[in-house]
Write a protein that binds this ligand. Structure first.
Ligand SMILES: *Cc1c(COP(=O)(O)O)cnc(C)c1O
Length: 403
């Protein structure tokens, strides 16, 4: 890429960012993050923290949840959950849904926990029946928690959290229900209270439209109680230590002020638009992407990786390519010639899919621009595709005003 950079030192106009994280950051958030820091005794700091905590509680719909913020990415959020909830040798059930469930399970194992996995069937969501089966067989209740990824960003598949909750209940198992909402929050509907999640974690750079670097955890009383009895050593991530009215303790040191200011602005934008509207917009734009991919796929070389329509994520779409097609080369052409950044395949899907992110600060013009850039790259690369994906997307958007 160095050569391209030197030949072309200035790229006019905007580049379209369609990675499923980091996502496009709205100007309001950029400006909020560029403010000078304040001294920590300034009452504005307390106001800022309060706005972020209360805004996150509303967004998570967790009335009794306590919210903790960390200067960390999503992996840091995972680690916060593990450090507080997984005692050495403890068992956690991580239902298989692809790359991200597997990475979280590996992190549990790195801390000395035992991660039990249900099998992942490619192209499909978490199987609630498999979850129920494992929990029913655990008659001694050794499994302390179920760690479920809501949207697997690598496969573009969203699992049915209500069905997983029902599986835990049907097995009459007391395991904590812990959910990764990194890629789904502020894109797909989610309610901590409605699904009875004891703990959720997420990060700033996806649906929350903020620069990468801020992770959060929401924990309800059962999770806080479990953490209190967990002997695993911890300090920075420790919820007990952070449950303090004192800001310096609450953040285990200096709060990440710029990120908090960005999050405050992003939460205000979400509330201004209205969360229902945010969800509808994501569904509408995702539908446009799916329509385009289905049109391209009529030539037989491309298809939606998610096999079942209800499991298709509103945040990101993974597109499987046929043999002999190099998704990384396609990505490079899309980025360097057409100024559209898309994502590649992760883990088992590396070299087999490319991905279009459509979450966060996104509108119709951005989606159509992205799809046009990808269609142009398909043409340049000679990837067999039915032309008119952009037309199919326009048809979808024209039909679905306000939906
Ligand atoms: C992106 C992502 C993560 C990891 O976040 P990082 O900030 O990259 O560490 C975890 N879970 C899901 C579902 C994600 O999409």
């Amino acid at each position: 890429m160095q050569g391209i950079m030197t030949k072309n030192p200035r790229i006019p106009g905007r580049r379209l960012l369609h990675s499923p994280g980091p996502t496009h950051v709205p100007d309001e958030v950029v400006h909020a993050m560029s403010r000078q820091p304040t001294d920590l005794a300034d009452p504005r700091v307390a106001q800022l923290i309060d706005a972020c905590e209360s805004g996150m509680k509303r967004l998570l719909d967790g009335a009794q949840a306590e919210v903790f913020f960390y200067a960390a990415n999503g992996h840091g959020g995972w680690e916060a959950v593990i450090a507080n909830l997984v005692a050495p040798g403890a068992q956690v059930l991580v239902p298989g849904c692809g790359h991200f469930s597997n990475s979280w399970a590996e992190q549990v194992e790195a801390f000395g926990g035992q991660a039990l996995r249900t099998p992942w069937v490619e192209g499909h969501a978490i199987d609630p029946a498999a979850v129920e089966d494992v929990l029913r067989r655990d008659s001694g209740h050794r499994i302390g928690a179920v760690f479920a990824v809501h949207t697997d960003t690598a496969s573009g598949i969203t699992s049915d959290l209500g069905a997983i909750r029902a599986a835990i209940d049907a097995a009459r198992h007391p395991a904590l229900f812990v959910v990764d909402v990194v890629a789904s929050l502020a894109a797909a509907p989610f309610s901590m209270d409605a699904i009875g999640a004891d703990c959720v974690m997420g990060a700033s750079q996806k649906g929350l439209m903020t620069q990468p670097g801020l992770a959060f955890v929401g924990a309800r009383p059962r999770a806080l109680e479990a953490a209190r009895h967990n002997p695993q050593p911890r300090f920075y991530f420790d919820w007990e230590r952070r449950r303090s009215g004192h800001q310096y303790r609450k953040f285990c040191g200096t709060p990440p002020l710029a990120h908090l200011a960005g999050l405050e602005a992003a939460l205000a934008l979400i509330e201004l638009e209205g969360l229902d509207q945010v969800h509808r917009r994501h569904r509408r734009l995702a539908g446009a992407v799916h329509a385009a991919v289905e049109r391209w796929g009529e030539a037989g070389a491309l298809r939606l990786f998610a096999r079942e329509a209800p499991a298709r994520s509103v945040s990101v779409t993974a597109i499987e390519v046929g043999p002999g097609i190099d998704p990384e080369a396609l990505r490079t052409v899309a980025r360097e010639r057409f100024q559209v950044s898309i994502a590649g395949g992760l883990g088992p899907l590396a070299g087999r899919v490319f991905r279009i992110g459509h979450l966060g600060d996104m509108n119709e013009a951005m989606i159509l621009g992205c799809l046009a850039g990808v269609e142009a790259a398909l043409q340049v690369q000679g990837v067999p595709h039915q032309r008119g994906g952009v037309v199919a997307a326009i048809d979808h958007l024209a039909r679905s005003e306000g939906d």
